[in-house]
Design a protein around this ligand. Structure first.
Ligand SMILES: [Zn+2]
Ligand SMILES: [Zn+2]
Length: 260
């Protein structure tokens, strides 16, 4: 299985996952052209993608969904409430490309399972994708790390987990009070500290790869996110780089082209 975040962060998200036979995007939150470029940088193409799965209706996850579906005849997968929330903003989609589903769906040799996350959207979803014995998970835009998220990701081979903000940078940064309150709430975003603690709680012998993603441009930076998470792991006797590889999903270009 190939797992590659094409873009990750508040300015747009899209993740490419492939089994070789089946190729999917999770979210397409940038203009279609940007996603085309990112895919060609990693030696793939949007033409022939087997589906785009939408996590929730926020624009940083949906901006290019409609364009890509129309241009390359790609099915869009979402739960019913999310579909209702995006259908008026993504433009006309061909009937055969509207794939509303709840729970799990199989596409060729892949199974994609949606699980509930806590965020200020109508029905926000994390995804686990399995092909053969391999499992990849995406859990970003989380107000908190719930038992349900934990149960869905703890047996994964690779997880893209949110490390959105440094709490101090957010509190003392330029965001208006209401926005700070929203981000810090349990329907907002996961902080670097909460991300580190979540990783400690899911450590086991199988779990080897974590990618930190959806970093805030204003209230975080990659070295700080990495160091905060690494310090929490070290405090709990886990040595980053040895028992667990920690990668960083980049905001503006493909990163971590990982084969598991
Ligand atoms: Zn969101
Ligand atoms: Zn987001």
């Amino acid at each position: 299985m190939i797992f590659c975040p094409l873009y990750s962060g508040s300015s747009g998200n899209s993740i490419f996952v492939s089994s070789g036979k089946t190729r999917l995007l999770i979210d397409a939150g940038l203009p279609g052209k940007s996603i085309d470029n990112a895919l060609s940088q990693i030696g793939h193409a949007a033409a022939g993608l087997d589906g785009i799965f939408v996590t929730h209706e926020h624009i940083d996850h949906t901006k290019g969904v409609g364009v890509l579906s129309r241009k390359y005849d790609i099915p869009i997968y979402a739960n019913a409430r999310t579909w209702d929330a995006i259908k008026d903003s993504i433009g006309k989609i061909k009937e055969h490309n509207i794939k509303i589903f709840e729970g799990a769906v199989s596409i060729n040799d892949m199974e994609v399972n949606g699980f509930s996350i806590s965020h200020d959207a109508v029905c926000p979803t994390g995804y686990s994708i399995t092909a053969g014995k391999k499992k990849a998970c995406i859990a970003t835009d989380l107000g908190f790390f719930s038992k349900e998220v934990k149960a869905n990701i703890e047996d994964a081979d690779i997880v893209l987990l949110e490390s959105n903000h440094d709490v101090e940078m957010l509190k003392f940064g330029p965001y208006p009070y209401v926005l700070k309150k929203r981000i810090l709430s349990n329907i907002g975003h996961l902080s670097n500290d909460a991300c580190g603690e979540a990783i400690v709680s899911i450590m086991n012998s199988k779990f080897k790869n974590i990618i930190l993603g959806h970093l805030s441009k204003t209230n975080n930076y990659p070295d700080l996110a990495y160091q905060t998470v690494a310090n929490i792991l070290l405090d709990n006797g886990i040595e980053p780089g040895k028992e667990l590889s920690i990668g960083m999903a980049r905001r503006d270009m493909p990163s971590n082209y990982i084969e598991i």
